[in-house]
Design a protein around this ligand. Structure first.
Ligand code: TXA
Ligand code: MG
Length: 350
C-alpha cells in the first residue's frame, strides 16, 4: 500500500490513483464528509471489490460520486417533466455534502446501486475528490462508487490514518487530504417520488433543502414540503441499520441533567468509564473515569465526532458515556449518528 501526500496529493499522485481505478482496483480518498473507498462504478468487478473489502451486504446500495450535475444526469433521471427538484438542489448545494436519490437512468448499471430502481448521486467538494473525479472522467470513468472507507458497521473514518488502521491490508493506495471538514456523512434526500424526503440527516439541514427548493420557484408544484428523517412511513434505507456506526465499547447517551447520577451508579459497580461531555462531571472518587470535553458547537462536534468515538473506544473502558446534545435541527445529523451508535432507546430504521 502507498500513502500519497501528507499535505495534499499532487497531480502525479492523482494520476497514479486513477491508474489504480482504471485497473479495476480501489483507492482510499478524502471527501469533505468522511474518507471513502472508491472504485469505478461502471465496472462490476471493481464494485464487487468494495463489497468484499467492506464486508457489506450485497443489498446495500452505494452512492455514485460524479464530477458535476451534467454527469449526474447520465446516471439518474435528472429532470422528469416539470420536476426540477434535482436541478434546484444541485445548483444551490453541489458540490457539497448532499446526496440525491433519483430514479436510475436506463443506461446506468444495476450493480452500482445494488439492483435498486433508484440511484444515489453526489458531487463532493473536497479538492482531492474533485481532482480524482476530473482525472477519472478524462479517462472515461464517469462515476465512482464511494462508500465510507470502514468495515461494515464500524465508525466512519475522518482521517487518512483511520483508513489505514481499518483497511490498509486491502487498499493499494490511500490519498491523504487531511482531516475531513464536515465529519459526518452527507445528507441523503430522496427525490425518486413526489414527496421530498430526508433519508439520512447531515450537515445540510432540511431547512436548507426547503429554501433551495423554494428559491425562485417557477414550478411551485414540485417544491413539496421536505419530510424529515423519522416516522414509520419513511422508506427503510438499506445500510441504515441503527448499529451501523457503533464503536466496539458500549456507548450510552445520557441527558445532561442525568449525567452525574448515571456516572455515580455505574462507577459504583466498579466500571471504568470514558465520558464525553461539555463540562467535567462532578462525581466523587472519579478515578475510574476518563473525561474528554465535547464541543458546544454542532459544526465542531460533527467534525470531531468519529475521531472522538475512535479514541474513546481505544481507551478500552467498560463503557462510553456521551452527553446527549440538544434536540434541535442543527444537531439532527449528530443525534442520528449518536443514536445509532448507542445502546439507548433510539430504535428506528429509516
Ligand atoms: O458522505 C457520504 O455520503 C460518504 C462519502 C464517502 O461520500 N459516503 C457514504 O457512503 O456515506 P455509504 O455507502 O457509507 O452510505 C451510503 C448510504 C447508505 O445508507 C445507503 O443505503 C444509501 O446511501 N443509499 C445508496 N443508494 C441508495 C438508494 N438508491 N436509495 C436509498 N438510499 C441509498
Ligand atoms: Mg458508511
Amino acid at each position: 500500500m502507498s500513502v500519497a501526500g501528507a499535505a495534499q496529493p499532487d497531480a502525479t499522485a492523482i494520476g497514479r490513483a486513477v491508474d489504480v481505478l482504471a485497473a479495476g482496483d480501489v483507492i482510499g480518498l478524502p471527501t469533505e464528509t468522511v474518507y471513502g473507498l472508491a472504485a469505478d462504478a461502471g465496472r462490476p468487478d471493481a464494485v464487487e471489490r468494495i463489497y468484499r473489502i467492506k464486508g457489506r451486504p450485497p443489498d446495500h446500495p452505494l452512492i455514485v460520486h460524479v464530477h458535476d450535475a451534467t454527469v449526474a444526469a447520465r446516471w439518474g433521471r435528472w429532470r422528469r417533466e416539470a420536476d426540477d427538484r434535482a436541478e434546484r438542489l444541485a445548483r444551490a448545494l453541489w458540490p457539497g455534502p448532499l446526496t440525491l436519490v433519483l430514479p436510475r437512468a436506463p443506461a446506468a448499471p444495476a450493480w452500482a446501486c445494488a439492483g435498486q430502481p433508484t440511484i444515489a448521486l453526489r458531487v463532493p467538494s473536497h479538492p482531492v475528490a474533485k481532482a480524482v473525479l476530473a482525472a477519472a472522467l478524462a479517462r472515461g470513468i464517469d462515476g465512482l462508487a464511494i462508500p465510507s472507507a470502514n468495515r461494515f458497521g464500524r465508525v466512519s473514518p475522518t482521517r487518512a490514518a483511520h483508513v489505514r488502521d481499518d483497511l490498509a491490508a486491502d487498499v493499494p493506495m490511500i490519498l491523504d487530504g487531511g482531516d475531513c471538514e464536515v465529519g459526518i456523512e452527507s445528507t441523503i434526500v430522496d427525490l425518486s417520488g413526489p414527496v421530498t424526503r430526508v433519508l439520512r440527516p447531515g450537515a445540510i439541514t432540511a431547512a436548507q433543502i426547503d429554501a433551495a427548493l423554494a428559491a425562485d420557484a417557477t414550478l411551485p408544484a414540485t417544491s413539496a414540503p421536505v419530510v424529515p428523517a423519522a416516522g414509520a412511513d419513511v422508506p427503510r434505507v438499506p445500510g441504515s441499520l441503527r448499529s451501523h456506526y457503533a464503536p466496539i465499547t458500549r456507548l450510552t447517551l445520557c441527558p445532561p441533567e442525568r449525567l452525574a447520577a448515571e456516572l455515580v451508579t455505574r462507577l459504583a459497580t466498579g466500571a471504568r468509564l470514558a465520558v464525553w461531555s461539555r463540562r467535567r462531571p462532578e462525581v466523587e472518587g472519579d478515578v475510574a473515569l476518563v473525561w474528554r470535553q465535547c464541543p458546544d458547537d454542532p459544526v465542531v462536534f460533527a467534525h470531531e465526532l468519529y475521531d472522538a468515538m475512535r479514541s474513546l473506544d481505544a481507551l478500552h473502558c467498560d463503557g462510553i458515556v456521551v452527553e446527549q446534545p440538544p434536540d434541535s435541527p442543527q444537531w439532527a445529523g449528530i443525534n442520528d449518528r449518536l443514536g445509532r451508535a448507542s445502546d439507548g432507546s433510539v430504535d428506528r430504521l429509516y
